[in-house]
Ligand binder design. Sequence first.
Ligand SMILES: Nc1nc2c(ncn2[C@@H]2O[C@H](COP(=O)(O)OP(=O)(O)OP(=O)(O)O)[C@@H](O)[C@H]2O)c(=O)[nH]1
Ligand SMILES: [Mg+2]
Length: 450
Amino acid sequence: MSRKESGKNENDETLSAGTSPAQPPEEKEELSGAFLVGVQDRDTPDSAVKEYISELSELVRTLGVLVKGTLTAPLHAIHPKFYIGSGKLEEIRDKAKELHCAMLVFDCPLGPSQQRNIEKFCKLQVYDRQEVILDIFAARAATREAVIQVELARNRYYLPRLAGAWSHLSRQQGGAIGSRGAGEKQIEYDRRMVKKKIASLEEELSVVRKQRATQRKSRLRGAVPNCAIIGYTNAGKSSLLNALTGADVLAEDKLFATLDPTTRRLVLPDKSELLLTDTVGFVRKLPHSLVEAFKSTLEEAVIADFLLLVLDAASPHVESHWETTLSVLSELDADRKKMIVVFNKCDLQKDPVVMARLRSTAPDGVFVSAKTREGFDSLYRRLAAFCSTGGNERMTLKIPPREGECIALLHSKCVLRSSRYDEEGFFHAVADIPPALKEKMENFRVREEE
Ligand SMILES: Nc1nc2c(ncn2[C@@H]2O[C@H](COP(=O)(O)OP(=O)(O)OP(=O)(O)O)[C@@H](O)[C@H]2O)c(=O)[nH]1
Ligand SMILES: [Mg+2]
């Protein structure tokens, strides 16, 4: 089922079950749809909990599953057996049964045994947010690299869940809940198989990574700055790449429409050039196994000379999306990169109060619309400024005579401050090096003490 068909977007405790709301569900109605469970600790305000649950609804709907009801459980301390208190879980179970739901989806990360305990107690399938995200990625993966990465992440997620988790796996193949019959031997066998699978996926991924690194090298050889477009899922990253470069990347009102990076060359009005790479979107609580597995894709952000951090100015949650994006970047060790903050979808955000708030939080932010192209002139100016000076670094260099290509690059792509040849033919220079050439020139750098 597509997201658009999948029902309303309210945060009501009980949502339409797809039948007429006036008629109670029939006794023998088949189990379907999900009941969502949010958790609220003392530090989380009501508004944030509402936002998390509405995002979880969106994620679940992306999988084509109807959301029938939601409930938020207060959390004073994590209950080792069920994560939340047993009284609350009973209430959740009864509500979910009343609505003939087939599954519970928790917004918090459940441990393998908590997941099993809740399944046993409620006799319902139990998912957590991480598994939902993994499933969305699995459904979206199209290229070999994405498929391997997702499969790797899923296998790593399932490995600790194998012990006694037969229903959990068998349900993936349509098995019934509560049918855990497999003995320890079988579980051991499965564990070995999953470990083997993980090892072979890792091997396959390392081959693909090497290919990507080679492609990247040939891209970097062009000495054009690299910019990665990053941001929360659905912020409009692909739309922006398309609008700026005339690329034809799929841009859809879907979570995680993009899993594979696409790079396009952009020639700015002042004729400076850069390479723009569209990347996979971020989301709150991105499963660690996914971040790990998608490292080679996400590395595009790490190796870029600078970032375009795209935010959806029309989203009521723009600030928290920004925070999440920065925290995923910090997990990748890329949060201190130079970046241009871009507020997209300005055609949809006409509230002057919101715009003023965003302007004051990001005085350097650029406000654009990928749809109407408003604000593109200022974005071009910011990009051009970056290309000409932004990322340059002054280096003192000593280049051997055999490196003629490097010397030529210094003359054509760098700003030479001073230069001379010595009697052995070495080229000595002080030059401002653009980001794309830093790695290459680093080999000939002369340190102060030398
Ligand atoms: N009105 C309006 N809609 C936009 C704008 N930019 C993007 N959209 C819409 O927002 C939705 C998401 O756009 P994408 O470009 O797919 O977003 P993304 O950030 O690449 O999303 P993921 O790949 O899922 O992470 C699509 O329906 C776009 O048409 C904009 O400036 N204005
Ligand atoms: Mg995209």
